[in-house]
Each structure stands twice: as structure tokens, then as C-alpha cells.
Design a binder for this molecule. Structure first.
Ligand code: NDP
Length: 255
């Protein structure tokens, strides 16, 4: 009896949104390290995307920076077309692009609410809808959405962000169910506080407070999240779908 899972590494076409820095960059580098060709979608950080691409090509991989605002389905369509005409259909999609526009509930503007919902929740929906036909035709797909521990715990001053991240759970599990028969998996990675530019906006007191809430008592690194993303996109993770994988130092365990 063999019973051995098929774990051979195959080179796939990947697209990481928000691939210009932080968790997206680390995920892209991890995917390239696993032998995949990686498109880096960014909105405005062209220099960061070029740096990520250089890190990948210097290590012998293939990278393609593509500009698109994930909240704009037409722009995403053009970016995906560029990837398809260069390498073929996107087989691995990492929905990582995200923003914060913090503010207390009673003072939160429609713009703050809308921008975060459009980028962090509409964006992944548009990207998944656009990439799915190619995955179905190829009978293979790996979708990883980047949520946040905040989506489960809630966060004062982040009602927009926590709502969008919580919404990703419903999106992830519905997509997982809808596409399972087509060999397309969809999972949610849920980071805790990670040392990136997103956290640089927070005060020292807030960062110290966050560290204090993390049982491992430190911030995570983008590479620690990227390694989990790359695993979920691998052949070895073929039996994992609809899962929530925390990479959060234990912060979401509760008291
Ligand atoms: P960064 O701010 O460092 O990077 C965000 C990335 O998203 C950038 O590449 C940015 O590119 C891109 N981006 C933002 N808006 C858009 C858009 N509309 N269209 C396309 N790209 C966009 O953030 P992190 O690396 O920290 O965060 C990555 C993900 O991880 C986010 O979804 C975030 O919510 C999540 N996360 C982060 C945590 C943390 O503590 N850092 C904790 C939990 C979750 P550009 O500048 O060009 O717009």
C-alpha cells in the first residue's frame, strides 16, 4: 500500500496582490522559492514592486510586476490579461492587498468605511471571480486570502477593517465549497501583529500593547506569514480547504 500523497513540486503561475512590500513581498519570495512564476500586483508602490521582482530574479526566479487597484475590477482584468499573455492562466492567487483607515465608529466617515471595504473585501472577490475560470479549465487552483486576527477578535477604532477581514471568512468558505469539485482550494491565513509598514503607523504604546497581548510576546515577521502562504499553495496542501490558519503568536486563542 503506498498511500503517499503527491507532493512533487510543479511550477505554477502565481499572482500576489500587494506584492510590493510587507507580507505580500515575503509571500511572493516564498512562492518563487518554491519554483513558481510570480506576478506582483501593486497599486502605487512601483519601486517596491521592482525591488520584490529584483529579489526574485536575483535568486534565479521569474517575476512580473503588474499595476492594478484591486478595488477596480477593470484594472484587475487588465493585470490578469497581462499575466495570462506572458505566462498563461493564474493558478495561484494570494489576496493580500489591504489598507487601514482607522477611526472611532462615531467619527468614521463614509470614505474611511468604503475604502477599506472596497480594498480588503471587494478586491479579493473581484480577483477570485476573475481568476476562477482559468483555474477551473486547468483543474487546479490555490487561493489564499490574507485575513487578520482582528476579524475574529474585533478591534476598537477599526470597525471597517475588522468587518472586511471577518467578511473574508465567508468569502473563503463559500469559494472553498463552490470550487472544491474542481480541485481549487481556498484558505484564509489570519496574521496577528506583523512588523510591516502597516504597523509603522501605530504608536509605540499601541505596538507595546499588541506585543503584550501576544503569548509569544513579539511581533511576527512577514516571512513567517509568507512561509504559511507558500505551504497552502503547494501540492502537499491539496487536502486543505476552507481552513483558517492563524499565524499570530497565539493572540487569537483567547484568555
Ligand atoms: P503593507 O502596508 O506593508 O502592504 C500593503 C500592500 O498592499 C502594498 O503592497 C500596497 O501597495 C498594497 N495595496 C494596498 N491597497 C491596494 C489596492 N487598492 N490595490 C492594490 N494593492 C494595494 O501591509 P502588510 O504587508 O502589513 O499587510 C498585508 C496584508 O496583511 C493586508 O491585507 C493586511 O490587512 C494583512 N495583515 C497585516 C497585519 C500586520 O500587522 N501587518 C496583521 C494582520 C493582517 P501600494 O502601496 O502600491 O498600494
Amino acid at each position: 500500500m503506498s498511500g503517499t500523497a503527491e507532493t512533487k513540486t510543479q511550477s505554477r503561475v502565481a499572482l500576489v496582490t500587494g506584492g510590493s512590500r510587507g507580507i505580500g513581498r515575503a509571500s511572493a519570495i516564498a512562492l518563487a522559492g518554491a519554483g513558481h512564476r510570480v506576478a506582483l500586483c501593486y497599486r502605487s508602490d512601483k519601486e517596491g514592486a521592482a525591488e520584490t521582482a529584483a529579489a526574485i530574479t536575483d535568486a534565479g526566479g521569474e517575476a512580473l510586476p503588474v499595476a492594478a487597484d484591486v478595488a477596480d475590477p477593470a484594472a484587475l482584468d487588465s493585470a490578469m490579461k497581462e499575466v495570462e499573455s506572458t505566462w498563461g492562466p493564474v493558478q495561484i492567487l494570494v489576496n493580500n492587498a489591504g489598507v487601514t483607515r482607522d477611526g472611532l465608529l462615531m467619527r468614521m466617515s463614509d470614505e474611511q468605511w468604503g475604502e477599506v471595504l472596497r480594498t480588503n473585501l471587494d478586491g479579493p472577490f473581484y480577483a477570485i471571480r476573475r481568476a476562477t475560470p482559468g483555474m477551473i479549465r486547468g483543474r487546479f487552483g490555490r487561493i489564499v486570502n490574507i485575513g487578520s486576527a482582528t476579524g475574529f477578535t474585533g478591534s476598537a477604532g477599526q470597525v471597517n477593517y475588522a468587518t472586511a477581514k471577518a467578511g473574508l471568512l465567508g468569502l473563503t468558505r463559500s469559494v472553498a465549497r463552490e470550487l472544491a469539485s474542481r480541485n481549487v482550494t481556498c484558505n484564509l491565513v489570519s496574521p496577528g501583529p506583523i512588523a510591516t509598514t502597516m504597523l509603522e503607523g501605530a504608536s509605540e504604546e499601541r505596538v507595546a500593547e499588541l506585543k503584550g497581548l501576544v503569548p509569544l510576546n513579539r511581533l511576527g515577521t512577514p516571512e513567517e506569514v509568507g512561509a504559511t502562504v507558500a505551504f497552502l499553495c503547494s501540492e502537499a496542501a491539496g487536502y486543505i480547504t476552507g481552513a483558517v490558519i492563524p499565524v499570530d503568536g497565539g493572540i487569537s486563542m483567547g484568555l
